[in-house]
Design a protein around this ligand. Sequence first.
Ligand SMILES: N[C@@H](CCC(=O)N[C@@H](CS)C(=O)NCC(=O)O)C(=O)O
Length: 269
Amino acid sequence: MSTVEITRAACALSSTIKHLSCNRRFHRKRTFIPHNFSDFRRPGRIRTFTVCMSSASNPLEVCVKASVSTPNKLGDCPFCQRVLMTLEEKYLPYDVKLVDLTDKPEWFLKINPEGKVPVIKLDGKWVADSDIITQSLEEKYPNPPLLTPPEKASVGSKVLPAFIGFLKSKDPSDGTEQALLNELSFLNDYIKENGPFVNGKEVSAADLSLSPKLHHMEIALSHYKNWSVPDSLPYLKTYMKSMFLRDSFVKTCAAREDVVTGWRPKVFA
Ligand SMILES: N[C@@H](CCC(=O)N[C@@H](CS)C(=O)NCC(=O)O)C(=O)O
């Protein structure tokens, strides 16, 4: 067992113990809602409680995009999913506030006048931007560690702009598809040499940033361009599959129809 695995096991055990006492407390106030966004169907039930651990027994408040298709469900923001996955992987309890970005409420604009999600409350202050949020979470809650070493932190960072370039393209010969394939091919070779994750054996912050973007890419390009990652990139395909099957991913994943709707304005701009 590696140090990280031992830390994770310890966190999980601590979570289970705390979970019981936390649940008792929450039960008095409201029905405990299992940690699954699909259970949030009734108005007012916009809160979720994950497992609790000693480093943060009060849930962290986090504002994320609401679904455009289904009330009280998580929406299609890859930056929000990155933050939620980080909370999940660190076994931190959190309390989700779903924000309708098409009609931003006053309370949200007071928290973040820029009007963007995700936003999280840390030490009494609202913090915006997934880069800053995930760095702050790493500093404040270092176990289990998710830090990607600086020299590996930008692996895959060009995939999102390349995917958007191809998605928006109306000219099949403008090189945008090839530009995306180049980025994906680089990632495939990187994972082959260094995988199974960006930082080797253990998942890290870079994977939590990259996987929601790869998921959006897969859904949007399949829908709008009938395109999929070629079989010639098997290491990338395996990486995507394993990330998409992770508990932290499944629990925080947007609905396919929301991802399709979310990218429509870019396609028909
Ligand atoms: N750089 C920011 C980007 C956040 C972002 O662009 N969020 C989008 C949703 S995916 C947003 O809030 N847009 C505001 C709007 O649609 O009005 C981050 O990493 O958190």
